[in-house]
Structures are given as structure tokens and as C-alpha cells.
Design a protein around this ligand. Sequence first.
Ligand code: NAD
Length: 278
Amino acid sequence: MTVPTIKLNDGTSIPQFGLGVWQVPEDETEQVVSQALEVGYRHIDTAQMYQNEAGVGAALKTAGLAREDVYVTTKLNNSQHDPAKAKASLERSLLLLGLDHVDLFLIHWPLPTQYDGTYAKTWEALVGLREAGLTTSIGVSNFQPDHLDKIVAETGVAPAVNQIEVHPYFANEAARSATLAHGAKVESWSPLGQGGGELTDAVVAEIASAHGKSPAQVLLRWQIDRGDIVFPKSVRRERLEENLAIFDFELSAEQVAALAALDKGESGRSGPNPDTFD
Ligand code: NAD
């Protein structure tokens, strides 16, 4: 099973598929990530906020893979936006992860109300962390079109990725197309809608049965075909295997259109709205 890689605007490459570990309890994380690495995952998406970086680090240590063979992302916690705090906060993540650099470091949320729109200063701090070699690539998460415009206007540096909520019930097209317009790639979070209604949707079920695949595999394949990067979460080995087994079938143009038609707009959003979340 070969996972495609995607070229980022800073010249590096990222595996298009991986494991997300949000809500994986710290005491289970080592075992879950170890299992994923055994199954063939080579891209792990964690965050300071998830409080499980140490578990990710323990699994990486036990697996003993070459550093360049595993792609690791973490994200700046909401309490660490102050540029004076960002470096120490990434250094702490590196200690927990047992790494001397991460592959990708993101601003987790823009928090435009909490910090009075100073996220461009935080972004400037991330540019410095990349220059210092603590992270290979830098990006953002949950940035709306105007947030992206602002950081690029103020620093001249576009993020490599914008990690945003995307699944058929919430296509998030405005943020998605603004991300692509800046030359960044979309990482789509909660690609399975957090295990919600899309997995039992009749349209998804029909497409799944036409391919002899599961609804989860159809949802993931749809996003892969659109060029987005995905890292579905599961703690169960059989689901880790199932979610990875998506590179041996193709959706037809009609099936892609049928999935796109499931978009419910703003009411399909499962997470907070980044404009007001603080
Ligand atoms: P998800 O969409 O990946 O759904 C995960 C849930 O789907 C599981 O808990 C399980 O209930 C179910 N599931 C998984 N595999 C399945 C299968 N094969 N069949 C049936 N059900 C299955 O949810 P998520 O964890 O919210 O999103 C994935 C990752 O995205 C996170 O772990 C995290 O890394 C990232 N994320 C980032 C942000 C952000 O603000 N940047 C927010 C949310 C998630």
C-alpha cells in the first residue's frame, strides 16, 4: 500500500495520509501509535493541546524507524501565541516527542478575538522557528480567508498548509479555496465527521457498496482525490487497517459529485467557528 506524497510550497513533501491522535488518551497513545506504525502509517498529527505528545514520542522511539521515514506534526497551543513563548513551547514539544525537529508546526487556532488579531506576530515567530531548524515546515490551522490574507500581507510568507475542518457535510469551500489560492495545501480535519452521520448516510453507503468498500473508506478516498491531506483517528487496529486501504479503488465523477452535494454549509460544521472561537 503506497501512500502518495504531496509537494508543499516550501519544496518539502508530506505523506497525504496519516493518523490523527486528538482525543487519544495519553496512557493509550504509545500503544495506538505503535500499532499504526506497524500497520504502515508514517505520518502522525498531534498537538500540544492533545496532551499526548509523550505517547507519540514513546512509540516513535520503540519503532526505531529512520527519522526521515516518519512525518510528525504538532501545533502551538492557544495559550502560547505570545511570540516570546512560542520557541520554549516548541522546545517542550520536541522534548516530549524525543525529536530534535518536527516536520510541521502549526498555529492551532487564529483566536482573532482573544489576542486582538495579533496572530500575524505569532506567525512571524513560527517563521523564526523554521529558520532555527526546530521545524522543517510551518503552517496554520483553522484560518479563515481573511486570516490567511493578513499573515501573508504582514510577513510575505505563505503557510505550507492550512488544517481546517472538511468532510462532505461541511465542505468549507471558502476556506479551502482561499488556502489553495495562497499556494498552501489543505489538511482536512475530522475527515470522517468525527464518526458521525456521514458514516451512515444512504448516499455514502450506496457508493461504498458499489465498490465493496466501507463508508469510511469512501469518505477518505473522496478527500484524497481532491488533493487534501487526511489523518483519520482510530484506536482500533482493524479500523487503522481499513482506513489505510483506500488506494486501490477510484470514485467516478458522478460519485464525487454526489458526495459534494451532501454539503450542508455552516450547519454541517462540527467544531467551533474560528472567527469567534477563543
Ligand atoms: P475523524 O473524522 O477522524 O473521526 C474519528 C472517529 O471516527 C473515531 O473516533 C471513530 O469513532 C470513527 N471511525 C474511525 N475509523 C472508522 C471506520 N473505519 N469506520 C467507522 N468509524 C470509524 O475525527 P477527528 O479525530 O476529529 O479528526 C481526525 C484528526 O484531525 C484528529 O485526530 C486531529 O489530528 C485532527 N483535528 C484537528 C483539529 C484542529 O483544530 N486542527 C480539530 C479536530 C481534529
